[in-house]
Design a protein around this ligand. Structure first.
Ligand code: GLU
Length: 638
């Protein structure tokens, strides 16, 4: 559990701060006694070792670069899924850039090395702790729908039925107006100390020089091969020589290097108001499909005016107190902060004990089940629909929901949503109108960065599916997202509860992305996030419970086997989870099944960091899931 931090040394002098927004960190309540006394982290020795030498891969060098899942030290830290991206962030930190600078540089590099999950053709969410202001901010870079998109957009005009999900994925219709560049611009104007052009430089180098194809990149290309083949510029870029690139070969993306160079020169106006925007809108409106392909690729609705209308938005982060800590998350258009927050509030009504992990997991699964029912009923883009966010996160509502949980028996799923109406009974009977979980694509990427001043970034960036829409902007080196498939496809039938997540003009589809920051006594303690579509919420929640309630170290909390309960009749889990807890959870009525993926049996790919004490940070990545990630610190300790 958490030890109380020792007094903070004065932060090093820092570059001038940009103007700051309005949200305030509320001071946490005192730690509960159990937490205050149960400090059990092993803090590595304080001796500073030589900076980690992580060799850069050379073009033609068939060895994939070195990855290490845990790094502990001073002076700043980063964790991403990719060694090139982590190294890029580390270099920015070493040269005096701050956490936001480093996060943008890493995001740009991920656009090169992880082009199937991250691109300037997508969007994302950032939570940010500003050490000088001692405030948490939330930056919404979620894609929005074209103006012409109405609530029936995903119904087939011929049949009136929803178009098949797979068809919507590989289509212009699923492409949202990308938010990434606007978000980077906002992030740098508000919090950065470097300009975008400077931060794109390392990514340009990687795109020109190339990176070594690893098994993950190979496999992600292979699962996309059929649709990539059908879309001419995608085939040209990602199937060089007509083939899936082999492990150990070097993959270059000079088109993307060129695009980044132009962006460095012309600024993001080229994208939102200029020639590149014209190309983006044109590509979504008329996807460049091989005329010989049998595939139906529906045209999109995007127009140039939609790009000009796009804005990334500063929002008030969600906040819930939990066991004496303060947990901040992403508000709508993501359901991440509200659903993680509500589930934590529910869990706060129970005593979770490391000596009885099965009971803790039972409560975790039941709390998730309830919070998901409320997410489905109440959460959508709050700029377009009313979301009762304060009530969803209120302790009264959580108590009302918690009293539906039986310690010995799982409730049949899905459960009905509650009534976050401000009037709470000690215990209300369960409602009846349930809603099944809509399918949501499962892949994106998360990164965390802390700098020597104590600023922290938690950033999830996405193009939705592995490979997004599968549509590459010709000659520009990046894929367009399919984020609009996160909308509900079918309006509710008469008599059914309203759906807050129907498509609409300039509406953002509900996300699950949960870039999370945890503060202790007003100072950052943990930063965390993961990909995984709607499993993002449960993965973040499970890691928080592992770390805060079950006393695991952050590396152990991240590595522990996972299960996800999102209102489905089954609990989907990793095999190791089923092996370890399946029998005992089944005795309480949970039906465990292997998580269907993709990838099968693997839930999420988290990254996180923890301040072990002021200045001393442990950066953590996955050791094995999705090929493992890369954690680095500026001054490692032995
Ligand atoms: N589209 C998903 C969301 O916004 C993210 C995709 C993923 O994490 O895999 O929640």
């Amino acid at each position: 559990m958490f030890r109380s931090p020792s007094p903070t040394p004065p932060p090093p002098s820092r570059p001038p701060a940009a103007s700051r927004g309005p949200s305030r960190v509320r001071r946490p309540t005192a730690l509960v006694a159990a937490l205050a006394t149960a400090a059990s982290l092993t803090v590595p020795g304080a001796a500073i070792a030589a900076p980690a030498s992580v060799p850069a891969p050379l073009a033609g060098d068939p060895r994939p670069p070195v990855k290490q899942p845990v790094a502990t030290g001073y002076g700043g830290a980063v964790s991403t899924v990719d060694p090139d991206a982590s190294r890029t962030a580390l270099d920015v930190l070493k040269r005096g850039g701050n956490a936001m600078d480093a996060a943008v540089a890493a995001g740009a590099t991920l656009g090169v090395t992880e082009p199937y999950v991250s691109a300037i053709g997508g969007g994302g969410f950032i939570t940010y702790y500003d050490a000088k202001k001692r405030r948490v901010y939330a930056l919404d870079g979620r894609e929005f729908a074209p103006k012409r998109m109405g609530q029936d957009a995903f119904l087939d005009p011929a049949t009136g039925k929803p178009i098949p999900f797979g068809e919507a994925v590989t289509s212009g219709l699923g492409v949202g107006v990308p938010g990434t560049l606007a978000q980077w611009d906002l992030a740098l104007r508000r919090f950065g100390t470097r300009d975008l052009g400077t931060l794109l430089r390392p990514a340009i180098k990687v795109a020109d020089r190339g990176f070594v194809v690893d098994q993950e990149f190979h496999d992600q290309t292979a699962v996309n091969e059929a649709r990539f083949r059908d879309i001419v510029p995608t085939r040209k870029l990602f199937l060089p020589g007509g083939k899936v690139p082999e492990v150990g070969s070097v993959f270059r993306n000079p088109d993307l290097a060129g695009t980044y160079r132009q962006l460095a020169k012309r600024g993001i106006g080229w994208f939102y108001e200029g020639g590149l925007g014209r190309e983006v809108a044109g590509t979504a409106a008329a996807p460049p499909v091989d005329p010989k392909a049998a595939r139906t690729v529906r045209p999109g609705l995007m127009e140039r005016g939609d790009l000009a209308a796009y804005r990334a938005v500063m929002r008030e982060p969600t906040h819930v107190p939990y066991r004496g800590l303060d947990v901040y998350g992403m508000p709508p258009s993501s359901s991440g902060g509200s659903t993680v927050g509500e589930a934590l509030n529910i869990l706060g009504n129970f005593r979770l004990d490391a000596r009885d992990p099965v009971t803790a997991l039972h409560y975790y699964l039941e709390a998730s089940k309830l919070a998901y029912a409320d997410r489905g009923r109440y959460v959508g883009d709050a700029d377009k629909v009313d979301v009762p966010l304060d009530e969803l996160l209120s302790p009264g509502f959580a108590r009302e929901r918690a009293c539906l949980i039986r310690p010995d028996r799982a409730a049949p799923a899905p459960v009905a949503p509650g009534s976050p109406d401000g009037s709470y009974e000690p215990c209300v009977p369960a409602g009846t109108q349930t809603r099944a979980l809509a399918f949501e694509g499962p892949q994106t990427t998360h990164l965390v960065v802390a700098d020597k001043w104590g600023d922290v970034v938690s950033y999830t960036v996405s193009i939705e599916q592995f490979g997004g829409s599968g549509i590459t902007v010709p000659g520009r080196g990046f894929l367009l997202n399919n984020e609009l498939t996160d909308f509900s496809f079918q309006p509710p039938a008469p008599g059914q509860a309203p759906d807050p997540n129907l498509p609409g003009p300039h509406k953002r589809p509900r996300s699950s992305m949960s870039p999370t920051l945890v503060l202790q006594d007003g100072r950052p303690r943990l930063a965390l996030g993961t990909p995984g579509g709607s499993t993002i919420i449960t993965t973040v929640l499970q890691i928080l419970m592992n770390r805060i309630d079950l006393g695991m170290t952050l590396p152990a909390a991240l590595t522990a086997p996972r299960a996800t309960q999102r209102g489905t009749p089954q609990v989907y889990a990793e095999q190791a989870f089923i092996d370890r807890y399946g029998r005992e959870l089944a005795a309480r009525g949970h039906r465990l099944e292997l998580f269907p993926g993709p990838p099968t049996g693997v839930i999420g790919a988290a990254t996180g960091l923890e301040f072990l004490r002021p200045g001393l940070v442990q950066a953590v990545a996955e050791p094995t899931r999705r090929g493992g990630g890369s954690a680095l610190v500026v001054h490692p300790v032995r």
